[in-house]
Design a protein around this ligand. Structure first.
Ligand code: GLU
Length: 524
């Protein structure tokens, strides 16, 4: 049987990072098994439909590089897959279940349902529900005479279609991640399959689509585990084989206390969405532009910053997400998408929740930047460079990139961290300067500087050798001079070596040392 998996998000808002992890695991499993990765938009809940969400999902998957081969926007033999467009199919199938007695029409009004729940509650039932124990006391095609039920239907009385769940059955399956899972059907309600508005419920549409789309493996978040009980009953009611299931562990808050929610991003100061998304509870604005060229934080707009705008490279994000719930069982942590496909094993996915650690995501990003070529970094960096400040030669930019490639966590950090290489810094670490500045050495250092300015080869190593020679000639020690030079060049004690900085700055580096030293000394 060929492997066909689906990612089935509902367009109820931005795609949560947990959803991206689900999509990734589906993608990896499909690729690993020469299967198909399908996208299905589950948009049957009209009350929760959010404009722009479907587009967001498509853009997010595209940005991450895990695009579906079938589904919305991909045409193909059965696409596009959007449940709202498949209403007829769900209806036909519901009628089949009614014919075989596995489902029934229910005409109960909201008030009648409320009265039933109150009655059960008063009788001490902890979780009142519409099930076999109350079914015959309600208004449905099982409790009413056939004539009466038909009459109600022909009169156009509102109805839902419910699944008839027989009590006392053991509903079991073997989950790829969680092993044996079992439910007692007496705990389950007669789930609504077709709602009053004619739309199928999630359960109904999901099962029918998984069957007709020949889905071999359902890989989804653990929050759907309990729904699987009804899904299995539905497969059985239709007389269909069910797909295999794999329920992925929850993503947990950084402190491990509870499930990661969309508000946690703001609480803990990191994104929970792949791309920016306006906070629709706070603003009326339409979704911000998703275009790559406008990949900027939503300035001045209440909203959620995405991982893209935060500065994570998509490959690093995928590598990070792959490890939230799985690992290859070796020491290797850095994987390209292709390598992930090779190494991924669904049966090695963990049962326990995966703690979301943003520091680890940053680490992956740093590792990924280290592996990129200068040209790749340059292409990503250019949109962040302000033309008036960064009008430098291509070779100088390459030099700066190489110098900072191992030092930054994000590509967008380059301009700020390396700013002193294109502009004299206007601030410096005064405390550090005071600590290192010895007025009695001022003259010796000035003479040393005079000699330095005669050097005209700035290649780091050669400059270092010459500078150190001159240093001993002037009776100075490296620790007495170079921290001061570093402060003069970049304003702080951080960053590359003085010689590496001079290599990029050339002659201007040496003259900056001179002028900044006297500027800084005037503050002491
Ligand atoms: N529409 C569900 C969701 O939003 C799909 C769950 C499933 O994969 O079955 O996640």
């Amino acid at each position: 049987m060929s492997v066909r998996v689906r990612f089935a998000p509902s367009p109820t808002g931005a795609l949560h990072i947990g959803g991206v992890r689900t999509a990734l695991y589906n993608y990896l499993f499909a690729k690993k098994n020469a299967g198909k990765f399908i996208l299905r938009i589950e948009d049957t809940d009209q009350g929760r439909f959010v404009k722009g969400a479907e587009d967001y999902i498509l853009q997010a998957l595209k940005w991450c590089g895990i695009e579906p081969e079938e589904g919305v926007g991909y045409g193909g033999e059965c696409g596009p897959y959007r449940q709202s467009e498949r209403k007829l199919l769900y209806h036909e199938q519901a009628l089949e279940l009614i014919k075989t007695g596995k489902a029934y029409y229910a005409f109960d009004t909201e008030a009648e349902l409320e009265a039933m729940r109150a009655r059960l509650s008063d009788a001490g039932v902890p979780a009142p529900k519409y099930d076999a124990s109350v079914r015959m006391t309600m208004n449905n095609s099982l409790s009413l005479s056939q004539e009466e039920a038909n009459q109600r239907l022909t009169q156009g009385m509102p109805y839902v279609i419910r699944l008839r769940v027989d009590p006392g059955l053991q509903v079991s399956f073997k989950d790829i991640v969680r092993d044996e899972v079992s439910f007692d059907s007496s705990e389950l309600d007669d789930k609504v399959l077709i709602k009053g508005d004619g739309m199928p419920t999630y359960h109904m549409a999901n099962v029918i689509d998984d069957h007709f789309m020949r889905i071999s493996h359902v890989i989804r978040g653990e929050e759907w585990l309990s729904s699987t009980a009804h899904h299995l009953l539905l497969y059985a009611a239709f007389g269909w084989d069910h797909p295999q299931f794999a329920h992925l562990p929850l993503l947990m808050k950084p402190d491990g206390k509870g499930k990661l929610s969309k508000r946690d991003g703001a609480t803990f100061g990191f994104p929970v969405f792949p791309l920016s998304w306006p906070d629709q509870e706070q603003s009326e604005s339409s979704p911000i532009s998703l275009k790559e060229s406008e990949a900027k934080p939503p300035v001045g707009q209440p909203g959620f910053e995405g991982f893209r705008e935060y500065g994570l490279e998509p490959e690093a994000l995928l590598n990070f997400l792959a490890f939230l719930g799985w690992n290859p069982g070796t020491d290797q942590e850095i994987f390209s998408l292709e390598e992930l496909v090779g190494a991924f094993d669904l049966s090695k996915v963990h049962k326990g929740g995966a703690r979301f650690d943003i520091e680890k995501a940053k680490w992956f990003n740093q590792q990924y930047i280290r592996k990129m070529s200068v040209a790749q970094i340059k292409a990503r960096l250019l949109p962040y460079l302000k033309a008036d400040i960064w009008s430098i030669s291509a070779s100088k930019l390459d030099q700066i990139i190489s110098l900072y490639q191992d030092r930054v966590h994000f590509i967008k950090d380059f301009p700020e961290q390396a700013a002193y290489l294109v502009q004299t810094p206007d601030a410096f670490d005064k405390e550090a300067f005071k600590k290192h500045w010895k007025p009695e050495l001022q003259e010796k250092i000035a003479a040393f500087n005079e000699d330095l300015s005669k050097i005209d080869s700035f290649e780091a190593l050669a400059f270092e050798i010459e500078a150190k020679d001159l240093l001993s000639k002037h009776g100075l020690k490296p620790g007495e001079v170079f921290p001061l030079f570093r402060l003069a060049l970049c304003g702080s004690l951080q960053g590359p070596t003085v010689f590496q900085m001079v290599e990029v700055l050339g002659k201007e580096g040496v003259s900056r040392i001179k002028s900044q030293l006297s500027h800084m000394a005037s503050f002491v």
